[in-house]
Design a protein around this ligand. Sequence first.
Ligand code: ATP
Length: 389
Amino acid sequence: MRLRPASQRQNLSDFVGKMSQGQPDVTVTAHPRLMVANLSRRFSGARAAAVQDVSLNIAAGRVMCLLGPSGCGKSTTLRMIAGVEAPDAGQIAMDGRVVVGSGINLPPEARGAGLMFQDFALFPHLTVAGNVGFGLARGDANKAARVGELLEKVGMLGFEQKYPHELSGGEAQRVALARALAPRPRVMLMDEPFSGLDNRLRDGIRDATLQILKEEGAAVLLVTHEPDEAMRMGDEIALMRAGRIVQRGAPYNVYNAPIDRAAAGFFSDINVIRGISRGALTDTPFGAFLTPGHSDGAAVDIVIRPQHLKIDFDRAGRGPNPTVQDGTAARGCVQRARFLGRESLVEFAMDYDGSRLTASVPGVFLPSPGTALWLMIRRDRCHVFPSVD
Ligand code: ATP
């Protein structure tokens, strides 16, 4: 349903006002290109909502990555913003115009967002130039120039007259990107756009795509289940779980200040050292850790990523009868060591209780199983959470 311009303005100001007042989890930037507030969707027969109360803002030229495990509601969120799925509740505004809310639900073509999905096939009967120019008006005098400009940006000049079946996967992907960007969308919606590409191509295409998106200045929402992709592409990451956004922030912050154990574990393997908090301290085989905010007797998980577990080579030969722990380091026995290219992963069974810890060591380090080594923890890189088990 189309709305009269005057009521659109009214609705938008209500919407912005509502977002600024009542929604503490919404950061209202000066003029976000994409504004989403309290979007929810429950499929019929489902026990839980697929998307629950999702709010986000994206400014021009910024990329937000919606990251989360399979089934957490990322695609449903994107599809509601694109207009191919109807929300049960919530509001959406694009470029200062309400597209969903207060009885409005504009169809996808009236929203003007650029769409790029994993299976967003090119039109097989159109050439590369025909595909890229498809969304541009027939009489547009600048059509050929715009098509040429985009093909140059995606490195596909010279392919104008080829047909999709004559292209490789990576080439087709770049043409799809050019096609989505041709009408200069103010908002770009991308759902796992690189997942069909092999690893060798993917990084190059991701970087080129990011540069083009920045040049074009669209607000971009990119759905991915790969933390590496979100870290690489996103100015901001919105971490989703069971239909909700559970954490949002710059990649550095989301990685280094996870909101809970599951958020930490979504980005990398983690080690967990269990303890009981007493008087804001928790004793562990690696010494006492400050655990303020945890009540006396509460079980806590001290979480540490493998690269922040350090092997203390100096301590290896110390003393005739070293104990299994000395207050800052603890001894473990190598179970397995694997070389992964940039790093080696070494798995230990700890002497103090047999629990397993994994350390990541830069370069090649492949000690034999059975080797006893001392481990230390980068205390500034630990995260303490209430125990979940
Ligand atoms: P993936 O990364 O696997 O694509 P996702 O995070 O994008 O997952 P969604 O596709 O949004 O997840 O699905 C969220 C939940 O809603 C899932 O439990 C899914 O089974 C369910 N769902 C999605 N589409 C429909 C539908 N049309 N009808 C019923 N349930 C649906």
